[in-house]
Design a protein around this ligand. Structure first.
Ligand SMILES: NC(=O)c1ccc[n+]([C@@H]2O[C@H](COP(=O)([O-])OP(=O)(O)OC[C@H]3O[C@@H](n4cnc5c(N)ncnc54)[C@H](OP(=O)(O)O)[C@@H]3O)[C@@H](O)[C@H]2O)c1
Length: 255
């Protein structure tokens, strides 16, 4: 991937992995726009990093995506990178009936629905500018962490969808990249135990490894433990599945 002189939109770029990518892209001489649901957080980010552009938006809301797409296409006609990063992870107890069946779909609406809707809303400008799509899935697309069953299913879905997207866009000149991070220290993993199968890497380390892979032209980026999980799910799927269940059992909420 060409890493300079691009105009880049990162969903969920106000914190964690998205913000770390935004700052690295900024440092490399790109124009970077970040989104998030909370305007207060975007204001704080803007105050701290005035060169970042911020726009509020929820990727689970089709109307907000349409508004965002219209605004970005008008204000940033050179947009040529879309990084679908916004995501949430929830630990769920599948033995208990959910009090709110709609709420049960939050991860599906954001993690998968958001990616699919954003790509559709921006495909015309990405094709016109021969751009790049970066979909952020997870190492958990390969092997589930059973305490977060819906989250892992959404990441497996993004992995599958991204492969199809890459084939379909083959002749358009749009490059399709998938970033599959392992456990990374962010707000999303605040509840995850350190050590064992769910050891966490820092965002700095993720950036170092990911940008080396992007520079090398890799289309499926599996930093650190992500690569090991990809290997183990072929070599010893029962073993690695059980390891992750052991590591996450205590994270299943009581109800
Ligand atoms: N951390 C890890 O270990 C890890 C590992 C593998 C993959 N990932 C993936 O990496 C991505 C980023 O995760 P992270 O760890 O950086 O999480 P994070 O620190 O919690 O940051 C999530 C970002 O997404 C935004 N966001 C959440 N829901 C949104 C929505 N509906 N619309 C727009 N923005 C939304 C958040 O801002 P608001 O709350 O203000 O909207 C925030 O900016 C996710 O897709 C996650 O699944 C993370």
């Amino acid at each position: 991937m060409k890493l300079t002189g691009r105009t880049i939109l990162i969903t969920g770029g106000s914190a964690g992995i998205g913000l770390a990518f935004a700052l690295k892209f900024l440092e490399l001489g790109n124009t970077v726009i970040v989104t998030g649901r909370r305007q207060t957080v975007l204001n704080e980010v803007k105050a701290k990093y005035p060169k970042l552009h911020t726009i509020q938006g929820d990727v689970a809301d089709s109307a907000q995506i349409a508004t965002l797409a219209a605004r970005v296409k008008a204000e940033y006609p050179k947009l040529d990178v879309l990084m679908n990063n916004a995501g949430i992870m929830l630990h769920k107890n599948l033995k208990a009936a959910a009090a709110d069946l709609n709420g049960l779909m939050a991860e599906v609406n954001i993690n998968v629905g958001g990616v699919i809707r954003m790509n559709s809303a921006f495909i015309d400008i990405l094709v016109a500018n021969k751009g790049t799509v970066i979909n952020v899935s997870s190492a958990l697309a390969f092997v589930p962490l059973p305490s977060a069953p819906i989250y892992c299913a959404t990441k497996a879905a993004v992995h599958s969808y991204t492969q199809s997207l890459r084939f379909q866009l083959e002749e358009t000149g749009v490059e399709v990249i998938e970033l599959m991070p392992p456990g990374v220290e962010t707000d999303l993993t605040a509840g995850l135990a350190e050590g064992g199968s769910v050891a966490l890497m820092t965002t700095d380390e993720l950036i170092k490894k990911s940008f080396a892979a992007l520079k090398a032209g890799k289309l499926e980026i599996r930093p650190g433990q992500s690569n090991q999980l990809a290997f183990l799910r072929r070599l010893a799927p029962d073993f690695i599945n059980k390891q992750l269940w052991k590591a996450s059992k205590k994270l299943v909420p009581a109800e």
